[in-house]
Design a protein around this ligand. Structure first.
Ligand code: NAI
Length: 321
């Protein structure tokens, strides 16, 4: 019997995965693992592993005795010890394109809600008042703004395309993409300092890795224009939380919108939850019926390929398929 361990999931059931995997004689063992100990117990003897947010760290990977593949239910792979898996010749695969439109749409929702003060004005009217909830200077229009996009991959590009009709000037920083590529797409390449000092709003769409963690720290946040807006739908640890709170408290940042936090879930006593100019969501930007169905089917079908010994798609840790 092939054991497929599903370490954690945010869906109502695992019916999609079972429909694909059980006819192949797989036994699905699932949990809602939060700790490495729970993960080791579930995955040590598993043939294939699918993980959503659980911390599949090096101890967990080290303890895997039979793993043919680790599949991440999602795009980011920062919760999986990629190097340790490579050392043990275990391919790690992600699902790269299931939610690009959803996250790009959500980014625009955050940008427009922040620039047009949608929540503050809604709250104002609900509380029985009438008029403008914020100072006039806080009501901004994208036509007059410069937007800085950090990370020009699948999602960053879609965000840029969606911003075009709003007539903002769009700056891009991505060390993995040539200036020509950015220019040919109709945008303006910048280095990180230039982008931060020239933008009225900055949105993060790079992965979380050793180079990008805390890319927005006290120094880089201070480089942003006074009163500017920071949007993060990438990963919570791209931003130094303490520095973010300080910049909001001092008024240096005019607004923030976050789908991701460090740590997650955001602690109930976080000052971020009490500030009127902070929009929050619970890491749900990828959600839609279509996206979740595609995510689950793709993850299960990668496991099918691994069981059959077929070449694997989307290997992100350099192991040969
Ligand atoms: P992608 O791999 O297509 O693009 C990432 C881009 O970031 C690449 O062009 C890469 O060159 C660039 N990059 C790498 N290092 C950089 C750096 N130091 N500075 C600036 N750019 C850098 O990935 P995709 O699909 O666009 O997703 C981006 C990230 O969005 C994911 O890694 C994930 O963390 C996050 N995400 C968040 C979701 C949510 O629900 N909030 C859902 C899906 C993805």
């Amino acid at each position: 019997m092939t054991k497929v361990a599903i370490t954690d999931y945010t869906f109502d059931s695992l019916d999609v995965e079972k429909e694909i995997l059980e006819p192949l004689g797989c036994e699905i063992a699932s949990g809602q693992c939060k700790t490495p100990e729970q993960l080791i117990e579930l995955t040590a003897d598993a043939d294939c592993i699918i993980a959503q947010f659980a911390p599949v760290n090096s101890d967990v990977v080290e303890a895997m005795n039979r793993a043919k593949v680790i599949v991440r239910y999602g795009i980011g792979v920062d919760n999986v010890a990629l190097d340790k898996a490579r050392e043990k010749n275990i391919p790690v695969c992600n699902v790269p394109d299931y939610c690009v439109d959803e996250v790009a749409d959500h980014t625009l929702a955050f940008i427009l809600a922040s620039t047009r003060q949608v929540f503050s004005n809604s709250q104002f009217v609900r509380s029985g008042k009438w008029g403008l909830a914020v100072p006039l200077a806080s009501m901004k229009t994208l036509r007059d703004m410069t937007v800085g996009v950090i990370g020009f991959g699948r999602i960053g590009r879609e965000v840029c395309q969606r911003l075009l009709p709003f007539k903002a000037k769009i700056l891009v920083y991505d060390p993995g993409v040539s200036d020509e590529d950015v220019k040919e797409s109709g945008f303006h390449p910048r280095n990180l300092s230039e982008l931060l000092t020239q933008s009225d709003l900055v949105t993060l769409h790079c992965p979380s890795n050793a180079q990008t963690q805390r890319i927005m720290n006290r120094k880089t946040i201070n480089q942003m224009k006074a009163g500017s807006i920071l949007i993060n739908l990438g990963r919570g640890d791209l931003v130094e939380t303490e520095a973010l709170i300080e910049a909001l408290e001092s008024g240096h940042l005019g607004g923030v919108a976050l789908d991701v936090f460090d740590p997650e879930p955001v602690p109930a006593d976080s000052p971020l939850l009490r500030m009127d100019n902070v929009i929050v969501a619970s890491h749900i930007a990828s959600a839609s019926v279509r996206a979740v169905r595609t995510l689950r089917e793709t993850a299960a079908n990668i496991v099918v390929r691994a069981i059959r010994g077929e070449p694997l798609p989307n290997i992100v840790n350099g192991v040969k398929a």
